[in-house]
Design a protein around this ligand. Structure first.
Ligand SMILES: Cc1ncc(C[n+]2csc(CCOP(=O)(O)OP(=O)(O)O)c2C)c(N)n1
Ligand SMILES: [Mg+2]
Length: 324
């Protein structure tokens, strides 16, 4: 905790608070019926994205999942552009053609959210191979869930990352469920991190409600990758505060399951308590961030709602990549 500067601590809090406010607002807005497509909220899992991304810059790549808003925000993708994208507007980061599950911003090293479970891992391994060949000390991070951790594509990517000694970090966000299926039923081992041994890489399990635990584990894995020592697996144990998708009745969860986590483990609550108790941050500074973030989300929603949709002619652009 004390190794982080005041500026870094405030940044981490701002990232987590922005994700929370973004997702809580989307939860409300989605219910109005104005947002097209599917939305999977990341609220509750903020410390994972913030803890990992604190070590990355624009040169480093990440590959995300269907639950990708938090990863995008922590990777500095523009919040208004994301909101407009989710509303399907022309001003969105992908001109409104991607929506929630296909937000990408290559200028930020954000290779994309992904509707195909486990499909981000090979993309990250490819980006890590590119970084290795360029020799620029960049790394790539693959995020996937407990469900994604059972996918063959993830195993193949982990195997090749190890065989090629790639600067690739695999982050398994274990929120206990894949849709309605509990991970203690669908994952064959007790800890996803134990699978690392099968691919000859280190694996650790960390408390995903604790920003500092994630930050430390990610820092070690990323430093290792930058030093040319190869890939790692980090299992981050956490929970999602909302359903699998917006509209999920969550009949498979105990009635007060989320309430318990919110009241006793919440990552923002713990971060605030620990940093203020240790005298590292002032509550007033955190309150000010809360207010600024609320205002920025309010503005993002208002602008996104008012923005134009793509026109039929826009269908014909962005079909192929234009190489300079
Ligand atoms: C290859 C593939 N199989 C199945 C699906 C349907 N599907 C979408 S999300 C999901 C669950 C993913 O669970 P997990 O990886 O734990 O991520 P979480 O939703 O918990 O963040 C499934 C099965 C899909 N999109 N892609
Ligand atoms: Mg899951």
């Amino acid at each position: 905790m004390s190794t982080l500067s005041t500026e870094q601590l405030l940044h981490a809090y701002r990232v987590m608070r922005t994700i929370r406010a973004f997702e809580e607002r989307l939860h409300v807005e989605f219910a109005t019926g104005e947002i097209p497509g599917f939305v999977h909220l990341y609220a509750g899992e903020e410390a994972s994205a913030a803890g990992v991304m604190a070590h990355l810059d624009d040169e480093d790549c990440i590959a995300s999942t269907h639950r990708g808003h938090g990863h995008c925000i922590a990777k500095s993708v523009d919040v208004y552009g994301m909101m407009a994208e989710i509303y399907g507007k022309k001003t969105g980061v992908c001109q409104g053609k991607g929506g929630s599950m296909h937000i990408a911003d290559l200028s930020k090293g954000m290779l994309g959210a992904n509707g195909i479970v486990g499909a981000g891992a090979p993309l990250a391994a490819g980006a890590a191979l590119a970084a290795k060949l360029k020799g620029n000390r960049a790394v790539a991070v693959a995020f996937f869930g407990d469900g994604g951790s059972n996918e063959g594509a993830v195993f193949e990517a982990m195997n090749l990352a190890s065989v090629w000694n790639l600067p690739c970090i695999f982050v398994a966000e274990n929120n206990g469920y894949a849709e309605a299926t509990a991970s203690n039923w669908s994952v064959a081992c007790d800890h996803i991190a134990d699978r690392a041994a099968g691919f000859g890489m280190p694996g650790v399990t960390v408390d995903g409600f604790d920003f500092f635990a994630v930050h430390e584990a990610a820092g070690a894995a990323i430093e290792r990758a930058r030093a040319g020592e190869g890939p790692s697996l980090i299992e981050v144990k956490l929970t999602r505060y909302y359903g699998h998708f917006e509209g999920d009745a969550q009949t498979y969860r105990a009635p007060d399951e989320v309430k318990h986590y919110r009241e006793t483990r919440d990552c923002l609550m713990q971060f605030r308590e620990r940093t203020t108790r240790a005298g590292l941050l002032q509550a007033a500074a955190l309150d000010a961030i809360d207010a600024e973030v609320e205002a920025s989300i309010e503005e993002a929603v208002a602008r996104a709602k008012a923005d134009p949709k793509p026109s039929p002619a826009d269908l014909l652009s962005d079909v192929y990549v234009a190489y300079p």
